[in-house]
Ligand binder design. Structure first.
Ligand SMILES: [Zn+2]
Length: 338
């Protein structure tokens, strides 16, 4: 069953680095397998900031912008998943192909086609979800979960993926290095995975108080400290080095924050061989991680208001991104109807 949608919408386009335009565009009609959403809220966070400041390989310019969303079903394409019109939903922005060699080895997060039909355009009033994403990674949202909380599904799925990869046997001390949104989401989920003592460190003193609210013991300096697991969330080369240096013998360091394509990380071979420091990367998520992240969100105890700095209308998206770039705030919730 479908109903007639309004023909025009307001939607933000990233035109070039540093320039966003809010344009009147036609509301898309959902094709086969697709789901058209009426957006309630989209989040502007670290990836959007990077794209806005210097461009991003996965976000073509000029083009629609925004990939973390929550909304309600407006219209269903033929053979779309069995959702109801008006149903609140939550989802992520990508889906693996399920047939390539990596997908068949349960490494869907590394699928080369995972971004082939991705969601872009969440900073707008309506958003058409591609068929593979609608089929695998779009879910009903209970009314108990706010749109802002639900829009955190994608970053939380990345964090679940990182936590699922770690070996939790014999872990007494964990350090989260870097206290931005991702570091705080790790702090939120770590107690589900380990009873170890949880520590946090980061450059910004104002984040330490926030990290303590998320249950981390914060450290002002790391000299001489060692940890069985270090989760690196700075996305900076010196952060990687610091994380590696404070990983205990037999411990694991997880590089969660990606570096630019040409960055080279030099690791001390003595520590890797004789001290068996295990180096792990963590990228993206699989559909199973999304399902787990959704179940955690439905528990309803995530301190959403601490993670979302302000709610802004669509016309002030640039301001939110500029504020992120100045180090002010963690995530901005964009309301396309204000
Ligand atoms: Zn694949």
């Amino acid at each position: 069953m479908s109903r007639i949608s309004p023909r025009q919408q307001r939607s933000a386009f990233l035109v070039r680095p540093g320039q966003i335009e809010v344009r009147e565009t036609p509301v898309p009609r959902p094709g086969p397998g697709q789901v058209l959403l009426r957006i309630e809220c989209a989040l502007a966070g670290g990836t959007d900031r990077k794209a806005y400041v210097r461009g991003h390989p996965q976000i073509p310019m000029p083009g629609p912008f925004g990939h973390r969303y929550a909304g309600v079903v407006e219209e269903l394409g033929d053979d779309a998943p069995p959702l109801e019109i008006g149903q609140p939903v939550m989802g992520v922005h990508s889906a693996p192909c399920l047939v390539c060699p990596l997908c068949r080895k349960q490494r869907q997060h590394l699928c080369p086609d995972v971004m082939r039909e991705k969601v872009l355009g969440a900073f707008g009033q309506y958003l058409c979800i591609p068929a593979p994403v609608a089929r695998q990674n779009l879910f009903p949202r209970p009314s108990s979960l706010s749109a802002e909380q639900a829009a955190l599904l994608e970053p939380l799925a990345c964090v679940v993926h990182g936590l699922e990869q770690l070996d939790w046997r014999g872990v007494d001390r964990v350090l989260v290095l870097g206290l931005g949104s991702m570091g705080l989401l790790f702090a939120y989920l770590l107690p589900r995975y380990t009873q170890a003592a949880l520590f946090g460190a980061g450059r910004r003193p104002e984040r330490h108080m926030l990290a303590r609210r998320f249950g981390l013991h914060t450290l002002d300096q790391l000299d001489g400290e060692q940890f069985d697991v270090v989760i690196e969330c700075t996305g900076k080369l010196d952060g990687w080095q610091q994380a590696f240096d404070c990983t205990a013998p037999g411990g694991q360091v997880q590089f969660f924050g990606g570096l630019p394509r040409d960055a080279v990380f030099p690791a001390d071979s003595f520590r890797v061989h004789y001290e068996e420091v295990r180096i792990l990367g963590s990228f993206h998520f699989s559909p199973a991680d999304v399902v787990k992240a959704r179940a955690f969100l439905l528990q309803g105890d995530l301190r959403c208001n601490d993670l979302i700095t302000a709610r802004l209308p669509l016309d002030r998206l640039s301001e939110g991104l500029e504020r992120l770039n100045a180090g002010e705030g963690l995530q901005y919730a964009i309301d396309p109807w204000r």
